[in-house]
Design a protein around this ligand. Sequence first.
Ligand code: ATP
Ligand code: MG
Length: 673
Amino acid sequence: MAHQLNDRQQQAVNTIESPLLVLAGAGSGKTSVITTKIAHLIRNAGYKPSQIAAVTFTNKAAREMKERVSQLLGKGNTRGLTVSTFHNLGLNIIRKEHRALGYKANFTIFDDQDTLGLIRDLCGRNADADKTELMAFQNKISQWKNELKSPQDIVNQVTNQDDLAAAKLYELYDRSMRAYNAVDFDDLIRYPVVLFQDNPDILQKWQHKIRYLLVDEYQDTNTCQYELVKLLCGRFGLFTVVGDDDQSIYSWRGAQPENLALLQQDYPNLKVVKLEQNYRSYGRILKAANQVIANNPHVFEKSIWSDKQYGDPIRVVVADNENHEAERVANEILAHKLRHGTDYSDYAILYRGNHQARFMERALVTKQIPYTVSGSTSFFSRTEIKDILAYLRLIVNQDDDNAFLRVVNTPRREIGPTTLEKLGLYAQQRHISMYEACFEEGIKEELHTKGYAAITRFVELIARTEDSVKRGDVMAVLHELIAYIGYHGYLYDQSSSTKAAEFRWSNVQQLLEWVDREIQNLEEDDDNPLARALNKLLLREMLDRNEEDEEQNEVQLMTLHASKGLEFNHVYLIGMEEELLPHRSSIEEDNIEEERRLAYVGITRAQKTLTMTYARQRKQYGELVDSEPSRFLFEMPQDDMIWEEQQLPQSEEERQQKGRRNMDALRAMLTDD
Ligand code: ATP
Ligand code: MG
């Protein structure tokens, strides 16, 4: 698989003494530069693997990068090398430096659902605050964190009452997270930055450890991540970052493509290398991608060409509705595979939103086509998985009130809401966790004898288990716990059929296997292996939920966001409709450019063929609604496309006219600002 790098790529690999930015379009070998450079640093430039860190955004991408490096260097020669996501790197730093941050070693990670629950609690358990309102708070807090603003900064800067309420909530949230000994997703980046800013000695230690840093998909860094990169690289700036401003698709998480331009300011000796040859896609696909993205304004001018064959026309398959769309895609994949003797894993089905996968999955199941969904929430949002994870979290960190509340009465232990309310109030007034409150003398008087007895039994069980986990065979203890609480029987009581119960039980087993594997995989000795394994699992879950499975011969289903950096021979981009891509909210917010970048990412995943689909009608809130083809379809070169529909919804002329109209409107919009 190793190929000869072109001159520009080679130049990027050889530039070591000064900071380097590689700026180039999709498929031009940016990630290849990173992997080859890691090998070069180790082989020819005297770096030890442990002195190099490479970071990217998704676990899948990180895993692929690691694999490519191993292939170049040979498996045994990468020991100590860090190839991870930003969040994993942050987690590692926090884990090693938790004391300086005022956290205990057994801290847990809260996922979005946990933090939403916390925000609901903070807004008043009984106030039936609207979920969208709570989510707005959640986003606000996340945004502030990504801008590196502390609650104090925010309280000082707000001017109106509404903002003040949000700022106060942020303050409360921050305090509660500390009380829970928990960190959220944003904290994984923010805390390392705060830590380094406040502790020059710790920063120096890390700068000494990580001598060379490489960042893939740099265009998606937010302020916080950029700050982390800058701190780690120090004044000398020994780093290589690669990116493509046209693939910036995380502005909703605070990504700042301007960080590409900022680099030049912050590092005046920055070298910039541009790559121009695309090695991924057939000519027609590349042409379509270039033409679509040309409708966006550009900070950097890039041109990209390919000497691969021109390839088949891009197909637009028109379906009647979403079921028909899914069916057609499934049929096509089957037929194509038969004709060309390809593997299922040569095919990817990409979409804008997770909900689109449902119909697709059903059609694939019916046709018995093996597939895998990445980034799907299904496994980790299952009740049984959340239950068992909550037990594990509580065993690791007894201050985790969220976990406590989830399992205190699961399976049922006759612990009622009144008992829990009283316990919650008692704990809150004393600024202690609910678990801790159970051991206090005072709580005894507050609770019913029966309630008190039940809750005491529960916390003693947790205490006992925690103790055994510390001393013994972790997995044996966990299996014993699950047997002791009668979870198997509980699943049977809870499920509608034996089959459903068995399925849920097998999920629990699967989870335990993963925990076991994570523990086995820990590289160093650890005094708290369960805590570490659990955090790894939780983090993986939030980023990329289905990537534990080994690559198999399966059709790949994923969102456009999750597909970044990857490539597939045959790509089906489904739901090419107005309000889906571009997404309705982006149309409303006038943020078409980001949607166009998403389309660009999708198109450029394809190596050999690209098929796009749209359904004339789609169900929305239970009602069939007419849909219009995505404007991006009309921005593509019509001569290179074949529209496959029984009845054309519009004549050719109308369509072209419409395409022109859309383009004009867009141009007007772009020149306005
Ligand atoms: P993206 O922007 O989508 O992340 P990228 O710029 O990171 O793309 P790579 O994934 O590194 O591009 O490379 C795209 C494809 O081109 C890969 O299959 C890679 O193996 C191949 N490739 C990269 N450089 C060369 C080269 N010099 N000669 C031949 N093939 C190459
Ligand atoms: Mg890449």
